[in-house]
Each structure stands twice: as structure tokens, then as C-alpha cells.
Design a protein around this ligand. Structure first.
Ligand code: NAD
Ligand code: MG
Length: 384
């Protein structure tokens, strides 16, 4: 029996994780769960799952959360703020932490879990992009195991089991291409929020859906793959695969290419990350072979989607550059979702922030957090 802490349980990945866990009551127990501010949904989940402890990042929402329970309906403990999230991520009663907060907000609790030597299933890619070397060093030092949940990285993880790391020639990450795969530059310039939020194949939270429309999601995944699988940037390729069936491929030195295929449903990578090294039947449907009658792959349009070059550039510059890429993007996406900038403004702001940044070596967490803060301020200053 594994005791789980689910960070970000009210999100898209959090909800899918609870669905997977419900299939294996004899294997997993949810010890604790955390949410940002959506206490209504958290209360419903707590009623169903009955964890021992919960944490709410927005402390001001704690009274409202408590009001949602009748006396005696649930006797668990409620913590608040980042400290509360960190406490749940590192408490010894949990063996496995699912990292499913969105954005940089997941860094401290995820790092805390890694420092305590836990198994950590990582969907929350932004902290890896910001602070990959620190997270890997923490895992190495404590003996923590990182299990990728991001579908492409779960696919690489599975495919890579067919050979040695030194036998990997390249990694190919696939991208759906998002809603603007075939759009003209003009259409993209005037794209509305509703258009950008309409993902063709995956149903996900708002931030990652915008990242899929700019291909920034794939950009972040290039850096994520570099850190997780220790492969150089020149060995990581991105191909647009609109059907979202082949999640990633690994080519080995002998030219053998191994791919992982599946329906676009995050329950599969979540389940693999939870049950690894075993494979279990969680009731997920088989991939109908007729879905494979027209699998296509095309090179991404690097001029309409400059985000991929931003990632290769920031990744190769190293140090604080990936943290700046991530933070500038988080800030720009927030501005787009608040209707303060146009869709292509995301490209402009991220590109400018990267160009203006003086890269520092990442020696500690403070350097990363400073770079993150600088990039957010820089992007906001461009609005003034
Ligand atoms: P989401 O927006 O649906 O959920 C985010 C979760 O984080 C919620 O529980 C929310 O309450 C919590 N949260 C938000 N801000 C917070 C804060 N400041 N402090 C603490 N908690 C906070 O996001 P999602 O789509 O589930 O994505 C989660 C992560 O997983 C992202 O990093 C995303 O890139 C990654 N991911 C998602 C998918 C997917 O299919 N949704 C696939 C691969 C990777
Ligand atoms: Mg992905």
C-alpha cells in the first residue's frame, strides 16, 4: 500500500490522478492533498477520498473550506500557505508525491519531496525547467525516484527501457500542433482567448492549453527531457503529430526506433508513473488500430512558433536562462488570459526577456527565484 500526497488535486491532472487511484484501492491510499484556492472542489474531493490532511495555498480560503463541512463530517487537518504544502510534501507518512500544481508554484513542495527521498511523479514541468539541476541533485542525494507523468516523457521513459542511456541517439517529442497548426500569421496575431483555449486533442488546464497553442509547452518539454534523460539538446527533436497517438520516440545507436502509443488520455501516463515498475489493468480502453490508419508527422513551423528556438537557446545558455524563459512565459500567459496582450505578444515578451537577461550560474535556489522574479517584473514593465 502506497500513501500518496497529491499536490494540485483540484486540477486536470489531480482529478485524473484521483480517477486512477480509485481503480486500485488495495494499492493506493490518499494521505494528503493540496489545492490553490478552489475550496468547493477540494471539499467535494475530501468528502469522497477522506485524506488525513489537506493544504490550501490561499490561506484566506481556509474558513470558507471549513464552513463547507458539517460538524464531524471529516476530522482531518487543514494547513495553509506554501509552508503547508511543503509540510505535506515532506511528511514521513507519505511514500509517493504526485506533483501536479501548475507553474513555478510547484517548485518548493516538489523539491521538498525530492529532498526527503520519496517517489515523485512529476506532471508539473515548470519547476524542472527552472531548477532542473537542483532537483536532480536533491533526488540523487536523498535517493528519491522521479517518475515522469508528462505524456511525452512517460513515453520516452518507457521506450528508453529498450536500451542503455549511452545507446540513445535521439529523442523525438511529438506535439499536436495546437489550434493554430495551420493558421496564418495574421490569424495568430488576432487570435482570441476562446480560440487559443480550444485544444484539438487534449483537455487540460488553461495555462498548459495556451502553452500548447504557442508551442511553449513543447519548448518547456525540450528542457524537461534534457534534464530527465540526460541527453544533449542537439539530440532532442520535436515533430508535429496532430493525431496525438504516438507520444514520443527514442532512436537508438543502431537506428532502431521505439515509440509509445496510446489514446490522448492522461490517466495512462499517471497510472504508469504510479504503478511503475509494474503494469496493471486499470480499465483503460485499448487503442483502436483504425486510429492508426493515418498517423502523420511534420516539422514544426519555427518562424510562426519561435518558442522552440527560445527553448534550445535558453537550454544551451543554461544557468538561469531556462528559469527566465519559464517565468516570462507564465507572466505573459497570465496577461493574455487577462486580455491585456494579444496572442503573439507572448512570443514578443518572452523573446525580449531572454534577450535582456544576463545569465547567472545556478548555485542555489535563491539564484533561481531571483531570476524568476526578475523575468516577471521585466515582462510587466513592458506593459507600463
Ligand atoms: P490545472 O490548472 O488544471 O490545475 C492546477 C492545480 O494547481 C490546481 O489544483 C490548482 O488549485 C493548483 N494551483 C494553482 N496555483 C497554485 C498555487 N499558486 N499554489 C498552489 N497550488 C496551485 O493544471 P493542469 O492542467 O492539471 O496542469 C498541472 C501541471 O501538469 C502543469 O505543470 C502542466 O504543465 C502539467 N501537465 C498537465 C497535463 C494535462 O493534461 N493537464 C499534461 C502534462 C503535463
Ligand atoms: Mg506533454
Amino acid at each position: 500500500m502506497k500513501n500518496l500526497c497529491i499536490l494540485g488535486c483540484t486540477g486536470s491532472i489531480g482529478v485524473s490522478t484521483l480517477r486512477v487511484v480509485a481503480e486500485f484501492p488495495e494499492k493506493f491510499r490518499v494521505r494528503s492533498m493540496t489545492a490553490g484556492s478552489n475550496v468547493r472542489q477540494l471539499a467535494e474531493q475530501v468528502h469522497a477520498v477522506k485524506p488525513e490532511r489537506v493544504a490550501i495555498a490561499d490561506k484566506d480560503m481556509i474558513p470558507e473550506f471549513k464552513n463547507l463541512f458539517g460538524a464531524g463530517a471529516w476530522k482531518g487537518e487543514v494547513l495553509g500557505g506554501v509552508d503547508g504544502l511543503v509540510e505535506l510534501a515532506e511528511e514521513p507518512q507519505s511514500d509517493y508525491v504526485v506533483s501536479a500544481i501548475v507553474g513555478a508554484a510547484g517548485l518548493l513542495p516538489t523539491l521538498a519531496a525530492l529532498k526527503k527521498g520519496k517517489q515523485v511523479g512529476i506532471a508539473n514541468k515548470e519547476p524542472l525547467v527552472m531548477a532542473g539541476p537542483l532537483m536532480l541533485a536533491a533526488a540523487k542525494h536523498s535517493g528519491a525516484t522521479i517518475l515522469p507523468i508528462d505524456s511525452e516523457h512517460c513515453a520516452v521513459f518507457q521506450s528508453a527501457r529498450c536500451g542503455e542511456t549511452k545507446e540513445i541517439r535521439k529523442i523525438i517529442l511529438t506535439a499536436s500542433g495546437g489550434p493554430f497548426r495551420q493558421a496564418s500569421k495574421e490569424m495568430m496575431l488576432n487570435a482570441t482567448k476562446a480560440e487559443a483555449l480550444k485544444h484539438p486533442t487534449w483537455s487540460m488546464g488553461a495555462k498548459i492549453t495556451i502553452d500548447s497553442a504557442t508551442l511553449m509547452n513543447k519548448a518547456l518539454e525540450i528542457i524537461e527531457a534534457h534534464f530527465l534523460f540526460d541527453v544533449p539538446y542537439e539530440a532532442i527533436e520535436v515533430w508535429v503529430h496532430p493525431q496525438s497517438i504516438v507520444h514520443a520516440m527514442v532512436e537508438f545507436t543502431d537506428s532502431s526506433m521505439i515509440a509509445q502509443l496510446g489514446l490522448p488520455d492522461m490517466r495512462l501516463p499517471i497510472q504508469y508513473a504510479l504503478t511503475w515498475p509494474e503494469r496493471l489493468d486499470g480499465g483503460l480502453p485499448s487503442l483502436p488500430l483504425e486510429k492508426m490508419s493515418a498517423l502523420t508527422f511534420e516539422a514544426p513551423d519555427r518562424s510562426r512558433f519561435p518558442t522552440l528556438d527560445f527553448a534550445y537557446d535558453a537550454g544551451r545558455r543554461g544557468g538561469t536562462a531556462p528559469a527566465v524563459l519559464n517565468a516570462a512565459n507564465e507572466q505573459a500567459v497570465a496577461l493574455f488570459l487577462e486580455d491585456k496582450i494579444r496572442f503573439c505578444g507572448i512570443f514578443d515578451l518572452v523573446g525580449k526577456a531572454l534577450a535582456a537577461h544576463t545569465v547567472k550560474q545556478v548555485e542555489n535556489l535563491e539564484t533561481v527565484l531571483e531570476a524568476d522574479k526578475w523575468a516577471r517584473q521585466y515582462v510587466r514593465s513592458q506593459m507600463a
